[in-house]
Write a protein that binds this ligand. Structure first.
Ligand code: SF4
Length: 695
């Protein structure tokens, strides 16, 4: 515990890390944080916290913080500190030069879930109004974009259906492709409490995650499928429910579109979709799949919680659709204790999607081609907007390598470390003529930047984050921004330098504009958030003035719930003699994503390197022992890690985390991605693992 003495005052704010969105009381002495205390009245956490939110905030004042703007002529030159005016003026004139030389669409921007709703809204506004194109994307591209697609297409809105509290009413909990103990610890505690009270548990995951068999909890069924076979599994579960007469016919008749349901029923009932037929693909005994399906369909309130093990596949969107199909067919959407619940990785993934940071959507998930919606924004912003969707992040990289994309504004995302196939990303970055990075550290992406604009940590921000249960919570400034300007002010100044002033006085004014232009947010204001005790769940509007804890009560947002066929298509990333193992990736409790924050805190002492988990049989075959150095080679690249020989793995599958740039997990991952959203297939990479000398 970091103890800096007695506090003089405190400020309530929201954790900078995962999608649980815990509320904390920052206890202060002057401008210095004394400690972070989980806030007992925080609705997402009710006074609980984990080792990240509680202890890993010291990065905010770490010596590596860059607080002065910098520029350089080329990425091989040293950085030069300059004034804000010079840095922003240089970025703006470079962006305009590139547009004059290469065309309006030759530049774009990326925002992040590290940004507040207000900051994200401004970035997409800057791109659409000042850049004059729709080349804006967010890091949700690489995590939960399939959630947006799949839940939007079936249920009608791109968000989870429940509050976290709802798990207390669940009788059956199915966790698919998520490891809440490490990824969402405070929610995991809530879930475990319900499990200790007797709720049943089904785990669908290639690894024996902690929930499978821990001190007080034992899963009723663990379906340890082969990576890449999620859709085979969900279709086999659906087959059982349909062919064994377990569909909730009354619910489906009342709530769902009959044509799509009948087509889906006919499809999943086919013998080739049975658990027996799918066993060769999934590797899971058909009897276990059938038993788990029966439990899910007949065990009372059944809730599904899922994570990136669902979305980060070539069929990520199909799998999200499959989960929604299963929940609708069994009547498990639209009340407490049930639902379809994506566990969002970052604190503001939900918000960054809500705010219109995808190239095809304006705030509130409205397609850019909708002329009525576009007209509302055009009138409010005083510009003409392009009706065609812009480039997604992977398209930006491709266009950069083609020579048609030349300039990037990147706020709060370390794309060079976090995106797959690092070599490909680095080559794209190198080919651009003006890269502007706005961040708190000189991260991996900044190595390719020409302008560095110093950003602010969560302790210096004013605004809101939206967690995985659609809860909009206030983020309050605990200390002044170290660089002198808040992130939203930097974006406004860049916009002004580009000739499109955005003269906001504060973050609250930005939220008021969001509410005025976005029907699901029309009742949201800082005043409303205060009145509601510090947070409110969207939709919050005339029909739901105090927000919406549970969605789809009575009817789906879409009207009738739509079933969509989930044809299993094996991934192209196949094992071969050269690459005989499948690598999958995940996180560990003490570290967070690319580690830029947690690596600069005492949490680093608990877990100071990424390691490769390997099953004892695979280790023995290769002469690998615990702590040995191993080389991991894939079609994309190679890296070296130390091994952990572990029964948690199934034979043929290896696993690592991706918190350290030097480990280079994404040097190995490939360009393969989800068919609908381009979310990378991080969870399936064919590799070879062999012992090597210590590097
Ligand atoms: Fe809560 Fe997540 Fe922060 Fe941990 S990391 S304190 S669970 S929001």
């Amino acid at each position: 515990v970091i103890w800096l003495g007695q506090a003089e005052h405190s400020v309530i704010t929201t954790c900078a890390y995962c999608g649980v969105g815990c509320s904390f009381k920052a206890e202060m002495k002057g401008n210095e944080v004394v400690r972070m205390v989980p806030w007992k009245d925080g609705k997402a956490n009710e006074g609980h916290s984990c080792v990240k939110g509680r202890f890993a905030w010291g990065y905010a004042t770490h010596k590596d913080r860059i607080t002065k703007p910098m520029i350089r002529a080329s990425i091989d030159d040293p950085w030069q500190e300059v004034s804000w005016e010079v840095a922003i003026g240089h970025a703006a004139s470079e962006f305009r030069r590139l547009q004059t030389k290469y065309g309006k669409d030759s530049i774009g921007g990326i925002t992040s879930s590290r940004c507040t709703n207000e900051e994200t809204y401004l970035v997409q506004k800057l791109i659409r109004a000042a850049f004059g194109n729709n080349n804006v994307d967010t890091c949700a591209r690489v995590c939960h974009s399939p959630t947006g697609y799949g839940l939007g297409a079936t249920l009608g809105t791109s968000a989870g259906t429940q509050t976290f509290k709802s798990v207390e009413q669940a009788d059956v909990i199915m966790v698919i492709g998520a490891n809440p103990t490490d990824g969402h610890p405070v929610f995991a505690s809530r879930m475990k409490k319900r499990l200790r009270q007797g709720a049943k548990l089904i785990i669908v995951d290639p690894r024996k995650i902690e929930l499978v068999n821990s001190a007080h909890i034992k899963a009723d069924y663990h379906l340890p499928l082969r990576p890449g076979t999620n859709v085979a599994m969900i279709t086999a579960l659906a087959h059982t429910i349909v062919t064994e007469g377990l569909v909730n016919e009354a619910y489906v008749a009342e709530r769902c579109d009959p044509k799509s349901f009948n087509e889906w029923r006919e499809f999943v009932a086919k013998p080739e979709n049975s658990p027996e037929a799918m066993e060769a693909a999934t590797g899971v005994p058909a009897a276990d799949v059938r038993a788990a399906a029966r439990l899910y369909a007949t065990g009372g309130n059944a809730a599904i919680y899922y994570g990136l093990g669902v979305t980060e596949h070539s069929q990520g969107s199909t799998m999200v659709i499959g989960i929604a199909n299963l929940a609708m067919a069994t009547g498990n959407v639209g009340r407490e204790g049930v639902g379809v619940n994506p566990l969002r990785g970052q604190n503001n993934v939900q918000g960054s999607c809500d705010m219109g940071s995808f190239p095809h959507e304006l705030p509130g998930y409205r397609h850019i081609s909708d002329s009525i919606v576009r007209g509302q924004f055009e009138e409010a912003w005083g510009v003409t907007l392009e009706p065609e969707p812009g480039l997604r992040i992977p398209n930006m990289f491709e266009a950069a390598l083609d020579g048609s994309f030349k300039g990037l504004y990147c706020e709060g995302e370390d794309i060079v470390q976090s995106d797959p196939n690092t070599q490909h990303v680095a080559a794209a970055m190198r080919s651009m003529e003006c890269v502007v990075v706005q961040d708190i550290f000189l991260n991996e992406t900044a190595k390719y930047a020409h302008v560095f604009l110093p950003g602010s940590s969560f302790l210096e921000k004013d605004g809101t984050f939206t967690n995985a249960e659609r809860r909009i919570s206030r983020v309050r400034k605990v200390m002044p921004p170290l660089p002198g300007l808040a992130d939203w002010e930097v974006t406004c100044k860049l916009s002004e330098a580009l000739g499109y002033p955005m003269p906001y006085k504060n973050a609250e004014e930005i939220m008021d504009e969001i509410a005025a232009l976005t029907p699901t947010f029309s009742g949201v204001s800082y005043k409303k958030i205060e009145e509601m005790g510090g947070s409110v769940q969207w939709p919050c509007n005339e029909s739901a003035p105090n927000g919406t804890p549970t969605m789809h009560i009575g009817k789906f947002v879409k009207g009738k719930g739509k079933f969509i066929i989930t044809q299993y298509v094996p991934t192209e990333e196949k094992v071969t003699r050269k690459f005989p193992l499948l690598l999958t990736t995940g996180r560990i409790l003490s570290q967070y994503n690319v580690g830029a924050q947690t690596r600069r805190t005492p949490n680093n002492e608990w877990h100071s390197e990424d390691r490769l988990e390997i099953h004892p049989h695979d280790a023995e075959d290769r002469g690998i022992k615990n702590d040995d150095w191993v080389g991991i080679t894939s079609r994309a690249g190679e890296t070296v890690l130390r091994a952990v020989v572990s029964e948690r793995m199934q034979p043929g599958v290896v696993y690592t985390t991706f918190h350290f740039p030097e480990s280079g997990a994404n040097v190995i991952t490939t360009d393969s991605s989800d068919w609908a959203t381009n979310c990378p297939e991080y969870k399936v990479t064919a590799v070879q693992v062999l012992p090597v000398m210590q590097p």
